[in-house]
Ligand binder design. Structure first.
Ligand code: C5P
Length: 212
């Protein structure tokens, strides 16, 4: 099947030398891309900036900002059977990008931020995507409730939830502990390395696709 995966952080430019970003390493998304390719699927990885090598057999579209990621997803999602949104997309971006490097003036500087488009939230509506849709939920409290709410609100078939308040797992880590949240049930997976969890998640998504 054709699989689209978003991964990594986004970079939201402020001026020619500065940007806002987050701690996402891209490891979970890249591990999934690799596991899908190893299972014989066609993978398109749309990734923000990471230090990771492109997995074998995976097509990569590198992007920086959320707006660029949105456009790339909009362009390619129509021919996909499955879309997995593992990117940590910045919720806000600077309201304007200064053409020149911003100079220091007073003791404080106030930045105005505006909302970025919700790429996963556009899949069912704006992009009319009818394939299997998988999102991630990084939460610091009420993991299952928040993930299930996200599943319904964004029209997902599966939300992969992880508790980012726990040190050593999740964001910017090689390990993860996840909860698979489906419309009618949920299933925790034991803490493990991301590249061990990835083939397991791929099998779950293959089953969803078979039943779709
Ligand atoms: O609403 P929240 O940001 O917590 O949702 C997380 C999920 O939505 C992840 O799958 C993430 O990749 C996706 N997302 C997105 N575009 C955004 C924000 C989040 O695709 N602007």
């Amino acid at each position: 099947m054709n699989v689209l995966i978003t991964a990594g952080p986004t970079r939201e430019p402020l001026d020619p030398v500065r940007y806002l970003t987050n701690r996402s390493s891209g490891k979970m998304g890249y591990a999934l891309a690799s596991a899908f390719a190893e299972a014989g699927h066609q993978v398109l990885l749309i990734s923000g900036p990471t230090k990771l090598d492109i997995p074998d057999g995976v097509d990569l579209i590198p992007v920086e900002s959320a707006a660029e990621m949105f456009s790339a997803v909009e362009h390619h999602i129509g021919r996909m059977d499955t879309a997995v949104f593992a990117a940590a997309v910045a919720d806000y971006r600077p309201a304007s990008i200064s053409e020149q490097k911003i100079k220091k003036h007073g003791d404080t500087l106030t930045l105005e931020l505006v909302r970025n488009p919700d790429i996963l939230g556009s899949a069912r509506g704006k992009f009319s995507f009818t394939g299997v849709l998988v999102g991630f939920a990084a939460e610091t409290e009420n993991l299952e409730t928040n993930a299930r709410e996200k599943l319904h609100r964004k029209g997902c078939d599966l939300v992969i939830a992880n508790d980012v308040s726990q040190p050593g797992i999740g964001f910017d880590s090689d390990r993860n502990q996840i909860l698979l949240v489906y419309p009618a049930h949920s299933e925790p997976l034991l803490e493990d390395e991301k590249h061990h969890l990835a083939p397991r998640i791929v099998r779950e998504i293959e089953l969803l696709t078979a039943g779709a």
